[in-house]
Write a protein that binds this ligand. Structure first.
Ligand code: FAD
Ligand code: SIN
Length: 530
């Protein structure tokens, strides 16, 4: 049994920012960060475009960023949250810079501001096209300076500890007492008792075979919170990024940042037609729900597997300077962006919903907080505005820290039993886990993709039931291991996405169900294939 004051699950921007703050404020208290891969691995590490912040008050304003966020969220954002996050942004960015984060400067020595889809003006602060890598570098550097923080890489959080595990009668008020954690190197299961637990476990991209997310993005935190009976909302709003590099194989797709379209690249179908102006007057810089749905429509009309991003009209030196990583990855794939169009296709990228939190990051479970992509704050509504995710994580990590500093808790003296694995066996083969994972990813891709229908969603419920039963059988039988637990979590998350999709009767932002389209709109350009 390990006792700590603060347990953090995840080492992306959300978990690390929070950990630095609580550890600095409470040098006599302990912080444990568990993270299931190496300490840098996270969605954060791959963030390209940057952090959206209002800095240039001559050209930009909080009001403009608020309006862009509300427009992208298609009427479902919480306006008070939007205002709070956007107004706090500059302070949080300044703090990151004081910790040592380097962002690109323009010729006049001020921060260079990029633009992405849905933004009405340049406001995206970035470090080349590897902004997330820079954030992880700085935050980990800060964490390692603090002697009261312990980072445990390759430690997988299995389940939150609640009354369900204790000898305490369950009531409506559920509390969190820490988590059971698998040491992936030894196979041992640790009981980590904590006064306060933060879920900062990131997104769900891996539910779809084709995703911009790394393999860690399996929705573990959301599934753990769901099993602990926390409120989960807006799961139908899975965001697909319009421009992932096309690859015939499933797996992590390399992202071609929206900032490339911000610089002037245009989308063409294979006949060379620039199709985005047919769909939206903002063309390639429409919000990403619209660009992804438009590409999906083009692909369905033509039967093609991908469209193209044409950068050939851009100044190649400017391109190389802004996007060295993208330039290099394209070259590795035998694409010379100066001459060749880049083949692109939408891929699952971000989850707008998640664990419901208030403005202090509190979930509906006492002493359990959530931050970053696993949380649902109300900022994004039905569709996240580009580069608002890193911003949200930075602002909420701070709010949670402030709240906890102002509301200290007494440690709970409860008896917490060790993990019970009586009756389970070491697995002799993993083929059933792999088979079910492949089935799940195919189901999500084919039945729960960018464009949904009641018929496909209902079939998805039936197929998922079969997968669920097989996975639960394996779970009862096998000693826990990462692959099995990730699969079980993904099945839980798939259930939430599908069931909440079926509940949604009105299409909004990133949610598009052909059966929700009013008859009068059926002949609009985006629906012409129905
Ligand atoms: P993550 O950074 O994903 O961190 C989650 C952490 O939790 C990881 O360390 C993981 O290992 C750990 N974890 C998960 N489950 C467990 C478990 N069971 N046990 C222990 N540890 C666990 N957003 C922007 O605002 N701007 C951008 O430019 C941008 N570009 C992006 C580009 C790409 C390719 C991708 C994939 C995303 C991008 N996003 C961008 C989105 C943004 O990067 C993420 O939403 C954000 O970084 C999430 O941060 P996080 O801390 O919540 O989660
Ligand atoms: C990108 O650079 O296109 C990703 C930005 C984001 O997801 O916010």
């Amino acid at each position: 049994m390990v006792n700590t004051n603060f347990l953090v699950i995840g080492s992306g921007v959300a978990g690390l920012t929070y950990a630095v703050k609580v550890a600095q404020r409470f040098p006599d208290k302990t912080v444990v960060i568990v993270t299931k891969a190496d300490e840098q691995e996270s969605n954060t590490k791959y963030a390209q475009g940057g952090v959206a912040v209002v800095l240039d008050l001559k050209e930009d304003s909080f009001e403009k960023h608020i309006q862009d966020t509300l427009l992208a969220g298609d009427g479902l954002c919480d306006e008070a949250v939007v205002e709070m996050v956007i107004k706090e942004g500059p302070k949080r960015l300044k703090e990151l810079m004081l910790w040592g984060a380097n962002f690109d400067l323009n010729d006049s020595g001020t921060l260079d501001l990029g633009i992405e889809g849905g933004h009405s003006i340049n406001r995206v602060v970035h470090h080349k096209d590897i902004t997330g890598f820079e954030l992880e570098r700085v935050l980990l550097q800060q964490v390692h300076k603090l002697s009261n923080v312990t980072v445990l890489p390759y430690h997988f959080a299995l389940d939150l500890i609640t009354e369900h595990h204790l000898d305490i009668p369950e009531s409506k008020n559920i509390s969190c007492y820490g988590a059971y954690v698998l040491d992936q190197n030894t196979g041992d299961i640790m009981t980590i008792k904590a006064d306060r637990t933060l879920l900062a476990s990131g997104g769900i991209g891996r539910l779809y075979g084709h995703t911009t997310n790394p393999t860690i993005a399996t929705g573990d935190g959301i599934a753990m919170a769901y099993r602990a009976k926390a409120e989960i909302k807006d799961m139908e709003f899975v965001q697909f990024h319009p421009t992932a590099l096309y690859d015939k194989k499933d797996g992590r797709s390399f992202l071609i940042s929206e900032a490339v379209r911000g610089l002037g690249a245009v989308l063409r179908n294979k006949n060379g037609h620039r199709f985005m102006p047919d769909y939206d007057k903002r063309a390639e810089l429409a919000s990403r729900d619209i660009v992804s749905q438009s590409i999906d429509n083009e692909l369905k009309k033509t039967g093609d597997t991908h469209v193209f991003l044409d950068c050939t009209l851009l100044d190649i030196d400017v391109f190389k300077n802004h996007f060295p990583n993208i330039y290099q990855e394209c070259l590795t794939n035998h694409i010379d962006v100066e001459k060749d169009w880049i083949p692109v296709v939408p891929a699952s990228h971000y989850l707008c919903g998640g664990i419901v939190v208030d403005k202090n990051g509190k979930t509906s479970v006492t002493n359990l907080f959530a931050c970053g992509e696993c949380s649902r704050t109300g900022l994004h509504g039905a569709n996240r505005l580009a580069s608002n995710s890193l911003l949200e994580a930075l602002v909420y990590a701070h709010n949670i820290f402030e709240y906890q500093a102002a509301h200290p808790v007494e440690p709970v003296h409860a008896f917490i039993p060790e993990w019970d694995d009586v009756g389970t066996r070491t697995p002799k083969e993993y083929v059933q886990i792999h088979h079910n994972l492949t089935q799940l990813q195919a189901l999500m891709r084919d039945y729960v993709g960018i464009v949904r229908s009641n018929n496909r969603l209902t079939k998805a419920v039936r197929h998922l039931d079969l997968i669920y039963n097989e996975v639960e059988e394996l779970y009862k039988d096998m000693k826990v291991n990462t692959a099995l637990c990730e699969l079980r979590n993904m099945v839980n998350v798939a259930h939430l996405i599908i069931s909440q999709s079926l509940e949604r009767r009105l299409n909004k932002g990133g949610y598009y169900n052909v059966d929700n389209v009013p008859a009068a709109e059926k002949d609009s350009v985006i629906n012409d294939w129905i």
